[in-house]
Design a protein around this ligand. Structure first.
Ligand code: XMP
Length: 507
């Protein structure tokens, strides 16, 4: 299959380049800068990413450009553009001020295939400290802005292009056009990477890889594991056994609703109600990390006990997606999120790992899910933390407190759905501030009860998030319903903190 290789020099927008290329229905792989796959004949083009480094930093990344220069079309972005200049006899100099933000292409050569369809003055997004002050011999300028002479340049006789700005970000208004010009026009992508083709090829590969073996998969009710399960089921049918553990801290009715959905999808699911054990082990524990540890440990033990009963299993399947793997590969050495496995499966089971979604970004997982006929309410679900409502009840956890929170949470989510806001929000939920009590008045009675905080955020990846600007009427209706209907709650607050510095969850 045709592919674009994106060599990663550690920029925060490298993943975004990958997502944009996929939006052009073209497969791409993001690889560390020095891991160009020389023997891969499917490569149709190479993109060099940006970087937090300067080409003058002693620790900046270098690579063997000869492996692909002149052989495949190349596009350098930001640091990638500077590196191409620096390595080939051009000049890159430190500038006093970092150029950051919007700029306009005062000159752009629309005859150049990279800029086909561009308008003069097109808005681009700059983010760089160094500037290219001379381009190498054999290259010519194809765009500039008021402040940046070499906003883009190209080789005279080789398929090489370089842009100082970031075409992958939204603020470069014709960025998608530029990437399309490169990926489709220049590299010749057939644009045949689609959800339908992914399903067909992956099902065929899974049949080949798994043969007649039995596979176990842990279901969480979330999008990734659900899509992985349905894909595997299509390949191997009932030789897939799914395990869905209920720790008692899911949303209201979630376990039964999701079990019903899974059964409708034809999946072979073992539902395990282990809530007694989780509540018993959590009794009296108030410290958030301690709660997480207990839940993590119990989860593995419960899952393993079930998995062991499936004695002929050969594989453990997981819904790991591409960003999980890129983040764990992060070349700058700063691990942002470590990729969590089901963790510590008994060695004697000797299971091999199967990760059918390992090449997909989240939006692609959803597209594949739709292609597989998974109902929209499963595909569009908000992310939900593994420890569930345990990290949304402050202080110690009891079944009663979780039940109170479930009721308040349901009212909030139902109101968001009713107002047509659910799909516009990344994640929402309620938090029971059970360590706080405040005075209220209900009828003629004084109350002294717990507050509930509502949290709703917009985000694209949970790394940063903004509090969602929900209309007052929706907040007012939610607050009224919670206080009137949920016993034990006499006050409702709305959390207006963004991340950073706050986090999405309270614990
Ligand atoms: P924070 O609170 O760190 O959350 O801003 C970022 C995203 O991660 C989810 N989250 C978790 N997911 N186990 C999980 O599986 C956890 O312990 C956990 N803690 C937070 C959170 O819901 C949000 O989507």
């Amino acid at each position: 299959m045709q592919k674009i290789i994106i060599l990663d020099f550690g920029s925060q927008t490298t993943q975004l380049i990958g997502r944009r290329v996929r939006e052009l229905d073209t497969f791409c792989e993001i690889l560390p800068y020095n891991k160009y796959p020389e023997d891969d004949t499917d490569v149709i083009g190479v993109i060099l990413s940006g970087s937090p480094y300067s080409v003058h930093d002693p620790e900046s990344f270098r690579l063997n450009l000869a492996a692909f220069m002149g052989r495949k079309p190349v596009l350098g972005i930001c640091y990638g553009a500077q590196l191409l200049s620096h390595e080939q006899g051009g000049r890159v100099e430190k500038t006093d001020s970092r150029e950051y933000g919007r700029a306009n292409l005062a000159y752009v050569d629309t005859q150049n295939p990279l800029f086909e369809g561009f308008e003069q003055n097109s808005q681009v997004w700059m983010s760089h400290g160094d500037s290219i002050t001379a381009i190498p011999v054999g290259y010519h300028k194809i765009a500039s802005t008021a402040d940046v002479n070499y906003a883009a340049y190209a080789a005279d006789n080789q398929p090489v292009w370089a842009v100082q700005f970031h075409p992958e970000v939204y603020h470069t208004l014709q960025g998608m056009q530029l990437l399309r010009n490169f990926v489709v026009g220049i590299c010749g992508s057939h644009q045949d990477w689609s959800a339908a083709s992914f399903v067909d090829t992956t099902v065929a590969e899974l049949k080949e890889q798994l043969g007649n073996d039995r596979v176990i998969l842990g279901l969480s009710g979330g999008v990734d594991s659900s899509v992985a399960a349905v894909l595997l089921h299509r390949a191997i049918g009932d030789r897939l056994t799914c395990i869905f553990v209920d720790h008692g801290m899911l949303r209201k009715n979630e376990f039964t609703d999701v079990m019903r959905d899974y059964e409708c999808l034809g999946l072979n699911v073992i539902g395990v109600d282990a809530s007694e054990r989780f509540f018993a082990d959590l009794a009296g524990v108030t410290e958030p990390e301690q709660k997480r540890k207990i839940i993590g440990r119990d989860f593995v033990e419960v899952f393993n006990a079930e998995a062991k009963k499936i004695t002929d299993a050969r594989w453990l399947a997981q819904g790991t997606i591409y960003p999980d793997r890129i983040e764990s590969l992060n070349i700058t050495g700063k691990v942002i999120k470590s990729h969590h496995n089901v963790g510590g499966l008994p060695k004697e089971m000797n299971l091999q790992l199967c990760e059918p979604l390992r090449w997909l970004f989240k939006d692609e997982v959803r597209r594949v899910g739709r292609q597989l006929g998974i109902p929209e309410h499963l595909i569009g679900r908000h992310p939900f933390p593994g420890p569930g409502l345990a990290v949304r009840v402050l202080g110690d956890i009891t079944r009663e407190k979780v039940a109170v929170l479930q009721d308040a949470d349901k009212i909030f989510i139902d109101n968001l759905r009713e107002a047509g806001l659910y799909d516009k929000i990344w994640q929402a939920g309620a938090i029971l501030l059970s360590t706080v009590r405040s005075v209220g008045v209900m009828g003629d009675e004084r109350t002294y009860e717990n507050p509930v905080a509502l949290r709703a955020v917009t985000s694209t990846d949970a790394m940063t998030a903004d509090w969602a600007q929900i209309p007052y009427e929706v907040l007012a209706k939610t607050s009224n319903e919670i206080i009137n209907k949920v016993k034990g709650v006499n006050r409702v607050c709305y959390d207006i903190s963004s991340k950073p510095p706050a986090t999405i969850e309270w614990e």
